[in-house]
Ligand binder design. Sequence first.
Ligand code: PLP
Length: 261
Amino acid sequence: MTAPARVLTVAGSDSGGGAGVQADLKTMLALGVHGMSVLTAVTAQNSLGVTGAWELPAEAVRAQFRAVVDDIGVQAVKTGMLSSAALTATVADLLTGLGVPVVVDPVGVSKHGDALLAEDAAGTVRTRLLPLATVATPNLDEVALLTGVVVRDEDGMRAAAEAVLGCGPRWALIKGGHLPGGAEAVDLLSDGVREHWYRAPRHGNRHTHGTGCTLASAIASHLALGREVPEAVGLAKDYVTGALAHGFPLGAGIGPVDHGW
Ligand code: PLP
């Protein structure tokens, strides 16, 4: 028997099982890779929002990372909730020189409006983490937080990609899902030379918890399987579109996307 491709998520726990590390590991299972996790923070969370969040000590993050990387090895990494500037810097130190694709989901605020990153941490994400990214996957709110660029239409997504690429990732995937109106959810992938647009029909399903985590994990999984970035993004978008179409009610609020459809 040969070992499967191994993918590591460095992210926060969602006790409700819809986003964060739980969404990442479900995505990895569904895509046939071995998922591993370095927990950065624990959230008390359900379909209504986050009721508490606790960051893990830097030492615990480092120890998890070393345990996994030194023995099992990784073929791709995804980062999600990093909680603070200090922890973002710790993770950047760990990823420096790792030599495998890194997908950075620069998580800022949840759909419910709960802060998952300290207000003073955007600069550290920009200067320490984004330069290490093979692909950075900001949504439009995160583009504004990181670069100050406010996107109002599809054309504005080009300026967003340029601004994000200015922070140093190899590719920027600008997620236009929050753009008002339009029958399609549009994302733009750019490396400054090549441009790929991805379009999927918009759906009316309100159970969308965990979409960003799922997309970034799916990209990391396909990169670990040896695919090039544009193809990995296209396959990941297909996966999220399906999971989103099957998102289901859970609790009284916003339910999760479905990894088992
Ligand atoms: N909780 C954790 C731990 C997360 O990492 C994220 C997103 O990255 C969320 C919650 C928010 O998920 P959503 O905005 O899809 O509801």
